[in-house]
Design a protein around this ligand. Structure first.
Ligand code: IPE
Ligand code: IPE
Ligand code: MG
Length: 243
């Protein structure tokens, strides 16, 4: 049983709709409570010393929802980005974005840019908001960036390496996630961090996202600490045995 805190935690914040449905409330109310949970978890992650926290807030597939729901979620994101600056400053939290910014409404793009600029120098937890994010889309955009950089032409493609692609992802300096958590019981990644999450430990909790507190994050970290991460190798005990 390790005691190591994961450097990078990703969270698929799911279950806002079901949380609301169970209480006879609207999906919007579920998203509003989900935002409050996100704030609690950012504070808890910062207090625990997690270096990077990626929050899956809106996927490239979530545009399929009604215009009302999408509009409500975008409004919440804007409010969150604008209203939390004092909190980021007090906690030295740096805000970043993952996903296709160009596909977002202009006002959200502007809020993301200003939150990132205002917090760029903060050395505490880096919170990466995955908004209009899809893992496949990120890989496609990475390859387009690589082509546009002129560093590799079609003729160089036979020499293409994983490192070339990784260097063109949305936040290439951010280490791969050690732990990916999903709330609300679904055992799927729904297009989250496909490339980066290749060796992430997965932790699924049945609890709906609006009910999450710092204690749930702490519980997921202790599950993580009980895992034996092998990265395709053999466990340390087995390595001591002759092959
Ligand atoms: C997660 O909750 C929030 C987003 C995907 C934006 P859902 O809205 O997916 O909640 P369920 O899955 O319908 O319960
Ligand atoms: C994943 O949840 C996306 C986010 C949490 C932002 P979804 O609710 O969109 O995923 P599916 O549809 O259940 O796979
Ligand atoms: Mg869902």
């Amino acid at each position: 049983m390790g005691t190591e805190i994961p450097v990078h935690v990703g969270i698929i914040m799911d279950g806002n709709g079901r949380w609301a449905q169970m209480r006879g409330r609207t999906r919007s109310q579920g998203h509003l409570e989900g935002l409050k949970a996100a704030k609690r978890i950012v504070k808890a992650a910062s207090d625990m010393g997690i270096r990077y926290l990626t929050l899956y807030a809106f996927s490239t597939e979530n545009w399929k929802r009604t215009a009302d729901e999408v509009g409500f979620i975008m409004g919440l994101i804007k409010q969150y980005l604008r209203g939390e600056l004092d909190f980021y400053r007090e906690n030295r939290i740096r805000i970043r974005h993952a996903g296709d910014a160009a596909g977002l409404p202009l006002d959200i793009q502007a809020e993301l840019l200003s939150a990132a600029a205002d917090t760029a120098a903060f050395e505490g937890t880096q919170v990466i908001l995955a908004i209009n994010y899809g893992g496949r889309d990120e890989i496609v955009r990475a390859l387009r960036r690589l082509a546009a950089s002129g560093r590799m032409t079609g003729a160089d493609m036979p020499a293409l390496t994983e490192r070339d692609i990784a260097a063109c992802l949305d936040n290439p300096d951010v280490p791969d996630p050690d732990l990916i958590i999903r709330s609300a019981g679904e055992y799927r990644t729904s297009n989250f961090l496909l490339w980066e999450g290749a060796y992430a430990e997965l932790c699924v909790s049945p609890k709906f996202w609006p009910d999450w507190t710092g204690d749930d994050l702490a519980a997921a970290l202790s599950v993580f600490q009980g895992r034996d991460r092998r990265f395709g190798g053999i466990p340390a005990v087995a390595a001591a045995v002759k092959s």
